[in-house]
Design a protein around this ligand. Structure first.
Ligand code: UD1
Length: 337
């Protein structure tokens, strides 16, 4: 299949491009490099052995989207392109609503014009808010989002659901990601945040390499065994493979279809456990200090992934140790560039 990958130069998008190629599909990247770097294309070429088709552009623009669908015969779409900084979204809500919600609406409209029915959407476990119990299942009602960013994911899911409910040919899946970390084992691609990272693992690797003085752990007084937050950290390559499984599943469903899947490991690790694992796997000491809580952080969340295991026939294969070793290998490789 020819698969349009919006945001294909980003962290999850680039790893998904690799998995698409290795499964025999042809990815076409649409990216405006607003939070990624053109060097990703070289990394992809080094892994895949040839250039990947790509169009530089913003998918919040119908004409750009039409150009892509006219240039390539698209069989399905994976929509990653979005802004994702929780803190920034609180300060600039309109940017997030305009970009994340606007691009999804335009994409669905243009897909319909070109009679493309299959779409896999990047949603997030943030739609669950602070769960009442863990592991959390897909049937658990969502809670009001705790940031405009999170709300764009809830709204995105609703837009997909309502479009399918309205009838017609639309086969949509939302994947609710837990916390993706790690990098490709080749260290050719990985997480490349611009500016100061807001996510945990890039902050850890940048601290370990000396680019940041120390990591601040946001709170150790939560109601968890060691007082730090608990998350479901999933290797980005495992997450990438879930998109392939979702696309393949869409080949088997009715012409009017919508569903949601949790994509995580099913296990929770605390932030402190992650730091300790990073230190032991990579045989180093991390400079970190305990700071105040970060506003809006969920205390404890990890996913029940049985539905994805059973229906998508997908499961994770990589461990937290592998993810943290790969993340460190990638940071070291970046430092040599
Ligand atoms: C958040 C969003 C998630 C979104 C992701 C994208 C929520 C609840 N979750 O994930 O939906 O997809 O961002 O960016 O809004 N931490 C530190 N020090 C740091 C950085 C992080 O201690 O310097 C801690 C945080 O307090 C948190 C954990 O590490 O407990 C993970 O943080 P992060 O990587 O930012 O991801 P989430 O907040 O879980």
């Amino acid at each position: 299949m020819n698969i349009l990958v919006t945001g294909g130069a980003g962290f999850i998008g680039s790893h998904t491009v690799v998995e698409l190629v290795s499964a025999g599909h042809k990815p076409i990247i649409l990216d405006d490099f607003s939070n990624s770097n053109k060097s990703v294309l070289l990394g992809l070429k080094n892994i895949i052995g040839h250039d990947v088709d790509f169009i530089e552009g913003n998918c919040n623009d119908e004409d750009t989207l039409r150009k892509v669908f006219k240039t390539f015969k698209i069989d399905g779409v994976i929509h990653f392109a979005a802004a994702k900084a929780v803190g920034e979204s609180v300060k600039k809500p309109l940017k997030y609503y305009e970009l994340n919600v606007g691009s999804l609406i335009k994409l669905i409209k243009v897909m319909a014009e070109f009679k493309v029915t299959k779409l896999v959407f990047s949603s997030s476990c943030t739609v669950y808010g602070e769960p009442d119990f863990v592991p959390i299942t897909e049937s658990t009602p969502r809670k009001p989002a705790n940031s405009p960013y999170g709300n764009t994911k809830t709204m995105g899911e609703d837009i997909l659901r309502d479009t399918v409910l309205a009838g017609g040919n639309a086969q949509f899946i939302s994947l609710r990601y837990f916390n993706p970390i790690g990098a490709h084992e080749s260290a050719e691609i990985g997480e490349l945040p611009s500016g100061v990272p807001s996510n945990l693992v890039p902050y850890i690797t940048q601290t370990a390499i000396g680019a940041r003085e120390s990591l601040t752990l946001f709170g150790d007084d939560y109601d968890t065994p060691d007082g730090t937050n608990i998350r479901d950290f999933i290797h980005v390559v495992d997450l990438a493979k879930a998109h392939l499984a979702a696309l393949e599943y869409l080949n088997t469903v009715p012409s009017n279809f919508y569903d949601v899947f949790n994509i995580g490991t099913g296990k929770g690790y605390s932030v402190m456990e992650l730091i300790k694992t990073f230190e032991s796997v990579n045989d180093l000491k991390l400079n970190y200090k305990i700071g105040p809580r970060r506003t809006g952080d969920t205390v404890k969340i990890y996913g029940d992934v049985k539905k994805a295991n059973d229906v998508l026939k997908w499961k994770t294969e990589k461990s937290l140790e592998e993810a943290l070793a790969d993340a460190w290998k990638w940071e070291q490789k970046l430092a040599k560039k």
